[in-house]
Design a protein around this ligand. Structure first.
Ligand code: IMP
Length: 204
């Protein structure tokens, strides 16, 4: 069985690959090959114009399913309470196109500069969609709460990681290793919900 990950973000691809391999091991699903868009020569532009994370994840996975593959896609982002849920579905391009993590983080810091510590709550959201070539589809969601810092901490990860403090660890997402992040992240939580449903669908 081939699964195509509909993302060009190498960090997300790495995390999803880890989770799918874990899922296959746990559920005893043999012979799954994980492919990327590049592997299948997919070069179409995918327009992510959904109003929600779920819609965008389904658009991305659906684009791959339309080519005859099982498509899996994550759509994710950061929702900051003091900013009314921004950047939300615009997380990747918060500071405009082309997407640039550093500029996005600078904009977030600027907008949050006068927000007091106790009001800097936020959460990451991950929605993971699966679309089969025969039209079956589902999407799962996971969230992880945290706090937006006043300055960068840590050098690992990607996106908003250096500004997102995960309180139970007392560290930002950029200060923890992949194993620690994969144990608690929004993507891990979405994947926990995804696993059972995927196993159900492929054994139908
Ligand atoms: P997408 O690829 O359109 O789903 O955009 C997701 C965006 O949300 C990324 O470009 C990051 O800015 C942000 N994001 C999602 N997940 C994470 C994460 O685990 N760490 C840091 N930023 C993330």
């Amino acid at each position: 069985m081939e699964i195509v990950l509909a993302s060009n973000n190498k960090h997300k691809v790495a995390e999803l690959e880890y989770f799918i391999n874990e899922m296959c091991r746990e559920k005893g699903i043999p012979g799954v090959k994980i492919l990327t868009l590049r592997d299948i020569g997919f070069t179409d532009e995918i327009v992510e114009d959904g109003a929600t994370f779920e819609e965008n994840a389904l658009i991305k996975a659906g684009a791959v399913a339309a080519k005859g593959y099982i498509g899996v896609a994550d759509d994710s982002g950061l929702c900051v309470d003091a900013l009314g849920g921004e950047p939300g579905v615009y997380s990747a391009r918060y500071a405009g196109e082309p997407c640039d993590d550093r500029r996005n983080n600078e904009l977030l810091l600027e907008k949050m500069k006068n927000v007091p510590t106790e009001e800097r709550t936020a959460h990451f959201v991950s929605t993971i969609a699966c679309v089969f070539p025969d039209g079956r589809k589902f999407v799962s969601r996971g969230e992880c709460p945290g706090t937006i810092l006043y300055e960068y901490r840590g050098t690992g990860g990607f996106g908003y990681d250096p500004l997102f403090l995960y309180e139970p660890y007392g560290k930002t997402y950029a200060e923890i290793n992949a194993e620690e992040k994969n144990a608690i992240s929004h993507r891990a939580r979405a994947m926990a919900a995804f696993t059972g449903r995927f196993a159900e669908e492929i054994t139908k």
